[in-house]
Design a protein. Sequence first.
Length: 214
Amino acid sequence: MLPVLAGKDESAKGQPAGQVFWDTTAAGDQCNTTKLENDKTVSVVSEFRLIPKAADNGKDITCIIKHRAQKTDDIYKMKLAVQYPPTVSISGYDGQWYVGRSNVQLTCVANANPPPTSFEWTVASGQMPKTAQIIGNKLSVPKVDESINTTFACEAKNQLGSGQDRVTTLVTAEPPLGSSATSSIIGAINILVLAAVNAIGLLLFLRRRNRLSL
């Protein structure tokens, strides 16, 4: 990819010529062109060029013009506006999807400038599961069943191109060990066992007391 013009400024008709500098964290090159005017003054045109990168979008860039006849420098602050196609990732799958789990959701996250104009969800099997609900960049499943055991893909598009990501959602028959659902079940069992032990202990205590009273 060739460098493109990111900023341009001019120090016009200086005697001697002004000095032009660019200050930014973006990687690029400065090119100055001088012109001798008819009145013996000198104009300096400065250009800053860079290879567009998504990471440079929104970065500060400042043009500074110095001249020994001026007490203060001329400072012009701007922000880089870099356009780029979407970079896509899918979030929301935690590796603990099981049959019967409710209200799970995948989100298609797209980093792009300009923002994406469309999102499209597809599945490897070709037919979207009936239990999947799609609204824009979100795919929701009110209740997980075996049809959700598949690979979902999301494609985001803007005027400059498209980006895609995919995720395989493995669905198990039972909640995985260590999941919140399993922990709740184990907790309920522990409560029942504790209640049973307490009841047995109370019964033995009452029997022993009755024997002593006799």
